[in-house]
Write a protein that binds this ligand. Structure first.
Ligand code: AKG
Ligand code: FE2
Length: 268
């Protein structure tokens, strides 16, 4: 249960949100100071459309494969298949390569050719940046599938000794009738202790919400409303979780493109 009421979505964090025409150095400096920012209308529509297609085809293909391998040949489908809520770049590539689409290259070109790169250059202090292919994930959040919602965590807990920016690209509207992210806009370099709760769906990464709010204040919760074309940036230490609004009735999908300094590669 969230300790913050649904009413607490009024935007006290407008200063973290920029238009794509804003100065990339200013955006980068705010991002550094708070560990999170949003830039509106910066992801080219063609790239959003490409990612949406690649993501939905891959998740559908994985689901059909799972369904098929449980098919008993009697003509009725076995309902015991795995719905897929996320996929990695290698699975997306396996689906898209046959159509001549080199997903990794397309993403690298799209990032480098967009204003997002300029923010990242300043953040990392170099124009040599790389997509961390192993940590590239597409994900969907479906209302009611609570086990798929991520509790408060820092990505660095999963991906230790890695410095990166999570270039979080929404492929659907986020936060009104579907899930968005909840983030704590506080720059932090420390790794927080994980939960000791035994009923956690994600015990290896979860940080208790009570701990987070006790330390940073419940009012530090930022739940951006996002549309396709916007980008959310946060780093490996930023504390965040899935936020599913109480009245959510639509799916949300997104792509996590983790980017690092070419000269400070991650172990992944
Ligand atoms: O998409 C979500 O709900 C959670 C994603 C997340 O934790 C991440 O991108 O690091
Ligand atoms: Fe995360």
């Amino acid at each position: 249960m969230s300790l913050v009421s649904e009413a607490n979505v009024e935007n006290r964090y407008e200063f973290l949100e920029f238009d794509c025409t804003a100065d990339p150095e200013t955006i980068s400096d705010v991002f550094k100071e708070f560990g999170v920012c949003v830039v509106r209308n910066i992801v080219p529509t063609t790239f959003v459309n490409f990612l949406s297609l690649a993501s939905s085809c891959t998740l559908k293909a994985l689901e059909l494969r799972s369904r098929f391998f449980r098919y008993d040949g009697s003509g009725t489908e076995n309902p015991l298949y795995n719905p897929f809520y996320w996929a990695r770049l290698k699975e997306i590539e396996a689906v898209c390569d046959q159509y001549g689409l080199q997903v990794g290259d397309i993403c690298a070109n799209a990032i480098n050719g967009s204003g997002i790169a300029k923010i990242l250059y300043r953040y990392f202090g170099t124009t040599q940046i790389d997509i961390v292919k192993q940590l590239f994930i597409t994900r969907r959040q479906v209302p009611g599938v609570v086990s798929n919602e991520l509790p408060f965590h820092q990505d660095v807990t999963n991906y230790t000794n890695a410095d990166f920016v999570n270039v979080w690209v929404p492929l659907t509207s986020c936060g009104k009738r579907s899930a968005t992210m909840e983030l704590i806009p506080v720059a932090i370099r420390e790794q927080l202790a994980v939960t000791s709760r035994t009923d956690s769906h994600h015990p290896t990464v979860e940080v208790d919400a009570e701990e987070v709010y006790a330390r940073f204040g419940a009012e530090t919760s930022y739940r951006p409303l996002l549309e396709p074309g916007d980008v959310l940036l946060f780093n490996e230490h930023t504390i965040h979780r899935t936020h599913m609004p109480a009245n959510a009735d639509l799916e949300r999908s997104s792509v996590e493109i983790r980017v690092c300094d070419h000269f400070n590669p991650t172990p992944y």
